[in-house]
Write a protein that binds this ligand. Structure first.
Ligand code: BG6
Length: 593
């Protein structure tokens, strides 16, 4: 997820482009750039934040220009990979948000036709395609170029000698801001709210030609009309997409993130994890991480053992770093959203020194973890602003499901149904989000307590840990996650009418045991809320309240259960008036040991 901007008017474009870009940095901030046209095309870009670029830039003339702030997906954050990207003539510049899936084959084709590529990005192919098809009409050249492109895009094209900007969108958002003798093209509303609140939302497949006085929208080569809207939000509200907090926005982004991450793995022609389990050299999988990523790692242990049938261990990186034993014949997987957590980086380096092959699952292209490991598997969660991890957690689970399914030993029919289950997961998560009101109700009830227990078994034990961590992080309630079978070995002593218990029940071989645990909890007078598949009458009878989960294969239940617990933690924290996005004493990434 990147942020793109275009401006055409009578005023100098440079300060306007930089101001708008700064408002889009919540979409990506690892590098940025602008391009303007006065007598010729001028491009300035670097692997810095917008503020630093603004300081470094000379004063540039020009009343038309484009800009970009990046969240790298293809090609590490660097000056050469930053946008805008140009063609061979240096007359055409393109900014892009999205992923071109067939960029490698297009690149090979264009190279064979004599085009020279400067960057590692997928985006640069668009500039060369427009150059290839340009016969004097920029709109036509852009429309023809896009017929060759597969994937998602919001693009803006600027060309020296042309008096307009041409933009298009497919599976990426793009809006037009209507001004007085000036117009804007942007990824999102926050960018332009300082200049106008008159907005047109472009639809899938739209191509738009923008001059300072006119906006023309086309679809499949024909003119179409798009309605203008008046925006009533301020810029900060808009950055949150109208949600009150980034955490809630990021929770609601999960259906899209899950779809994007799974689609990426399914589109890959090369093996995503490239593991050589078949040749028997590997006997153990060691999965290392910290915080929420560790809970994903622990869920990964259960998923790998069930589907691949080899032993898997999940370890806290901070603990692993002080263990003297480094296992042999081990495939190591490190999980880190930021790619910068010091404990995890140290564990990776220790394993590398011991000769282990290490794969990292991360969200940040170009992060340290992606540089020091043998292979990087990206999740496509986009920037996660809220300190409490939400969408990155479920996206990490997608990577672990893919790892397990790609190495799976289950029969073909089971494998087909699991692949189908994975495809349907984003829809199942949407069902949980649609049931938000029920969760708000239970959250208001739970917000009166200062303690809470989360219990689960099997692949939902890590979900109990994650649910407790979310509640701790954002509401400051003292919450504990437990393997349900462990309560009787101590924690029972704490149970009373003041310690609500959230029990996570799945339709798997642990259900009967969970029923027993719920009875034990109830008999000690503790309030009990259960998360359970819809229609489970026994649970409905036993629990004080039930948050019903959509029916799905139990191996996937950690995804829907976690989303429900994220919402529960969010609304409890909201009811208690906590600073949800930036809780005290915490940081999004801890880069010191
Ligand atoms: C903490 C964050 O600092 O680090 C958590 O607050 C996160 O949300 C943990 O889970 C691990 O971070 P990462 O980036 O290595 O997954």
């Amino acid at each position: 997820m990147c942020g793109i901007i275009g401006f055409i008017g009578e005023r100098q474009a440079q300060p306007i482009l930089l101001g708008c870009l700064a408002k889009l940095e919540y979409r990506g901030y690892d590098s940025c750039g602008i391009a303007l046209v006065s007598d010729s095309l001028k491009v300035y870009k670097d692997a810095v934040r917008v503020e630093q670029l603004a300081k470094a830039l000379p004063r540039l003339d020009g009343t038309v220009g484009i800009g970009h702030t990046r969240w790298a997906t293809h090609g590490e954050p660097s000056k050469i990979n930053a946008h805008p990207h140009c063609d061979c003539t240096g007359r055409i510049a393109v900014v892009h948000n999205g992923i071109i899936n067939n960029y490698q084959s297009l690149r090979r084709q264009l190279t064979s036709e004599g085009h020279k590529f400067a960057s590692e990005t997928d985006t640069e192919v668009i500039a060369h395609l427009v150059e290839k098809y340009y016969q004097g009409d920029l709109v036509e050249a852009v429309e023809t170029a896009l017929r060759d492109v597969e994937g998602s895009y919001a693009i803006i094209v600027l060309m020296a000698g042309e008096s307009n900007l041409v933009a298009a969108r497919k599976d990426s958002p793009l809006i037009i801001g209507i001004g007085d003798r000036e117009n804007f093209i942007a990824s999102d509303v926050p960018a332009i709210l300082d200049y106008t609140n008159r907005v047109i939302y472009l639809e899938e497949g739209d191509v738009v030609i923008v001059t300072k006085d006119e906006v023309k929208v086309r679809r499949d080569g024909a003119k179409v009309i798009r309605q203008e809207h008046e925006i009533l939000w301020n810029a900060e509200q808009a950055q949150k997409g109208g949600y009150e907090h980034f955490m809630l926005k990021e929770i609601h982004e999960q259906p899209k993130v899950i779809r994007a991450t799974v689609a990426e793995y399914m589109a890959e022609t090369e093996p995503v994890f490239d593991l050589a389990l078949a040749d028997g050299l590997i006997s153990t999988m060691l999965i290392l991480a910290c915080g929420s990523s560790y809970h994903a790692a622990l869920a990964g242990k259960y998923i790998v053992e069930e589907l691949v049938g080899i032993s898997a261990r999940a370890e806290l990186a901070s603990e692993f770093n002080y263990s003297t034993y480094i296992p042999t014949r081990t495939q190591a997987i490190a999980i880190t959203q930021s790619g910068e957590t010091a404990d995890t980086l140290r564990a990776i380096r220790r394993l590398k020194e011991a000769g282990c092959r290490v794969i990292v699952i991360t969200n940040v292209v170009g992060s340290t973890a992606s540089r020091i490991t043998d292979r990087t598997v990206y999740i496509r969660a986009g920037p996660e602003i809220s300190v409490a991890a939400t969408k990155s957690f479920t996206a990490q689970l997608m990577a672990l499901y893919w790892l397990a399914l790609s190495q799976s030993k289950v029969n073909i029919r089971r494998l087909d149904s699991l692949i189908m289950g994975l495809r349907q997961l984003s829809g199942k998560v949407q069902q949980v989000l649609d049931n938000e009101e029920t969760i708000v109700e239970y959250a208001n009830y739970l917000s009166q307590y200062d303690n809470a227990f989360f219990i689960g078994r099997g692949v939902n034990f890590p979900v109990a840990l994650e649910g407790a961590l979310k509640l701790k992080e954002v509401s400051y309630i003292h919450a504990e996650g437990y393997a349900a079978g462990e309560l009787k070995h101590g924690p029972f002593a704490l149970l009373s009418s003041k310690t609500p218990v959230i029990a996570i029940v799945a339709q798997d071989n642990t259900r009967e045991a969970m029923l027993t645990n719920i009875k034990e909890v109830k008999s000690r007078g503790a309030p009990l809320i259960a998360l359970a598949p819809e229609g489970d009458e026994a649970i409905e009878e036993l629990a004080d309240q039930v948050i019903t989960m959509p029916p799905l294969d139990a191996i996937f239940s950690p995804v829907v259960n976690t989303v429900a617990l994220q919402l529960l933690a969010y609304y409890i924290a909201k009811q208690r008036g906590c600073p949800i996005d930036f809780p005290r004493n915490l940081a999004k990434s801890v880069t010191v040991e």
